[in-house]
Design a protein around this ligand. Structure first.
Ligand SMILES: Cc1ncc(COP(=O)(O)O)c(C=O)c1O
Length: 336
């Protein structure tokens, strides 16, 4: 079969999509080619592919396959783990998915406030047995890393800590998974949506100690991940080069994006991050006009109000072409 080389296709509407932190390089060709091959067998159940992808993911994450559970994105990982807990905690500003899923599962959710330095408050004396603390490390929307000593303390205080490493590959800090076995009570999430360039397949990995995995596995449906998603994941996991290329692009283009936003003079503050996005604080007098003009130019960014960071926007690292288009638009706005 001919190999398909996938170029980074523009959004059909011609918009520059810098709102959801997707791959600036398009999808991995290795994943697309494997899906095309697998399409001939779509009349079959995906026999053995879940096991193959679980083993490949375990190798990538340097854990044992018995510690890995593939899930339909972070939402299913949170749903499964919440079955272990009575109450959930999460930082504010922070990723809204944990609170949404806690509410959907009928579990109370408590907010942990971030200080001005965007580090979490000490709530260790407030957590009780049966509590699960959800943290993204690096965080969203603030894009920073939480203090290691705070993390150690919260892991000692809380029965369960869920560390969401969706942005780990872009970070200067190693994964919590490296160097230790997965202790009971620690739950780690890794996504295929960011560094693996496969947001469309809605797949992720929950990593936990083997006993917890045995407990959670029966809660998934029969053959819970479809053949297309599994084959795409197998493709990228056998192509270490894609993650390296994508990460190298993000690490080169992220400082350029920060500099561009700062040079525009349109923001009070622009923060560099440990992720594949940056955050910028609009100036109140021009905020509405900047957002309108970006929207009219087809440049989509994420306003962070819903994530508890009112007045800030989150801008994904794009392709060089995306960033040129953003720059042209910012130049036009600041010239007025
Ligand atoms: C912190 C965090 N976790 C998880 C996700 C989504 O992960 P997935 O696409 O694997 O469900 C996002 C998406 O933006 C995120 O910011």
């Amino acid at each position: 079969m001919r190999e398909v080389v996938v170029l980074n296709e523009r959004d059909p509407a011609g918009d520059v999509l810098l709102d959801w932190n997707e791959s600036p390089l398009g999808p991995p060709s290795s994943a697309v080619n494997r899906v095309i091959q697998a399409a001939r067998n779509l009349h079959r159940y995906p026999r053995g592919v879940l096991e193959e992808v679980t083993a490949l993911a375990a190798e990538y994450l340097r854990v044992s396959p018995e510690e890995v559970l593939l899930t339909a994105g972070v939402d299913e990982a949170v749903d499964l783990t919440l079955s272990l807990a009575q109450r959930a905690w999460g930082v504010r500003p922070g990723f809204d998915g944990y609170e949404d899923r806690a509410t959907a599962n009928g579990k109370p959710f408590n907010a942990i406030p971030l200080g001005l330095d965007w580090q979490p408050a000490d709530i260790c004396d407030q957590v009780a047995d049966g509590d699960m603390v959800f943290l993204a490390q690096p965080a969203n929307p603030t894009g920073n890393l939480f203090n290691v000593d705070w993390l150690k303390k919260i892991r000692q205080a809380a029965q369960y800590v869920f560390i969401d490493e969706t942005y780990q590959e872009f970070s200067s800090q190693a994964s919590v998974l490296y160097g230790t076995s997965v202790e009971p009570g620690l739950l780690v999430y890794r996504s295929f949506s960011k560094a693996m360039g496969l947001a469309g397949i809605r797949l992720g990995c929950l990593v936990a100690d083997a006993e917890t995995v045995i407990r959670l596995r029966p809660l998934r449906r029969f053959m819970p991940i479809d053949a297309v998603s599994l084959n795409a994941a197998a493709g990228v996991l056998q192509d270490a080069d894609f993650v390296k290329r994508l990460t190298a692009h993000v690490l080169a283009a992220r400082p350029a994006l920060v500099a561009m936003l700062r040079d525009s003079g349109l923001f009070n503050d622009v923060r560099d991050t440990e992720t594949n996005f940056v955050v910028a604080q609009l100036r109140p007098p021009t905020a509405a006009s900047v957002l309108t003009q970006l929207g009219e130019a087809g440049i989509r960014v994420k306003t962070c109000d819903v994530l508890g960071l009112a007045g800030w926007i989150r801008v994904s690292v794009g392709s060089w072409d995306d960033q040129r288009r953003l720059n042209t638009c910012l130049d036009r706005i600041s010239a007025h």
